[in-house]
Write a protein that binds this ligand. Sequence first.
Ligand code: ATP
Ligand code: MG
Length: 412
Amino acid sequence: MNDCLPTKSALWQRVEGTIKEILHTYGYSEIRTPIVEMTNLFYRAIGEVTDVVEKELYTFQDRNGDSLSLRPEGTASCVRAGMENGLFHNQEQRLWYMGSMFRHERPQKGRYRQFHQFGVEVFGLTGPDVDAELIMITACIWRALGIIDDVHLELNSIGSFETRANYREALVAFLQQHESVLDDDCKRRMHTNTLRVFDTKVPEIQDVLTDAPKLYEYLDNESKQHLLGLCELLDSVGIQYSINEKLVRGLDYYNRTVFEWITGKLGTQGTICGGGRYDGLVEKLGGDTTAAVGFAIGIERLVLLIETLGLNKTRPIVDVYMVTTGEGTLIAGMKLAEVLREKIIGLRVMMHFGGGNFKKQFKRADKVGASVALVLGEKEVSQNMVTYKDLKSGEQLIISQDDVAGKLAQLV
Ligand code: ATP
Ligand code: MG
């Protein structure tokens, strides 16, 4: 679990702010849910034989003896909240959330025990139009962050429940023929959650799986049409993708469309966004049949990618540094700073506190990255003037305090 220190939080804010703004331009609204849920919710929603539930859940008993778990992802909570509050009753919902998720994984680059996801969930729309929109939203986010050329989209359809049941038989038969190369994880999955063998990160097993029966050949007609429809929409808006027949995703609730955005720049933890359709989940949790589709972006990996590409520039925390020296100048500076913050929305003015000579104060101004220092001595204060020093060019002039806002407005 990581601290997000001030040196990093500005980039996080830029990333989160960009994503939020984009989602609002598509008409999506925020939902906030608790970070703990009844453990049973995750067992039912995500599936008991998934890594997330089997190995990674943070579970504890509260004082009533109830079993609670920290959420490992956001979809289950969204569905629970929607059901409890009647959000799915003859309604469409286009929701987003951002928050901490918890998985007891082996910590490594790109995989942490507390991490953050930006998620989107849409309910009541069967697609494939909305599937395409979700992918368009993600593409829009990558463009805004400048990483679109460093990620690619992989797409698949895992069909209906029946598709997977039929396919499973064929896959088990294939795996039994190759049992000698499988590791324990895959052997176990073969019987409990067969499709999940495609999640393996072991290259030798991945090689063998290249020859496995293709799920596409078992796909029901409606799912095929759905996938073709989605591909057509993506083609017409110019979003490139590749079909990855082995893409199955780590949670049980998906059907039909599944997709991932992957980067080659982060090693094995290269998936920065995963999503798909989960039309059966609301019903599985006891609600009415409700079409649903969503995705989640892993913010740590996204931030890591932005840093790796050297795109992590953020605006300095301070535009203007207020330097004062002499009797009564500090309070005059604080008042002037208040006026400036009020007049110029978004202007960042930092006061120098603790006294000291000019040299010391200017050093601080440089350290915080200010572009301008305003200097108030006793003389300036008595004449309602201020010294304006451009810290980049060194230019310095004395102007009226009433005119300084006009000169600073260009900074924001
Ligand atoms: P992976 O196979 O890479 O572990 P996953 O299938 O477990 O991913 P999802 O449950 O689909 O991941 O979560 C969506 C996204 O959240 C991932 O693509 C990834 O960017 C991010 N993510 C998942 N687990 C972690 C983690 N432990 N630490 C940081 N980010 C994570
Ligand atoms: Mg995982």
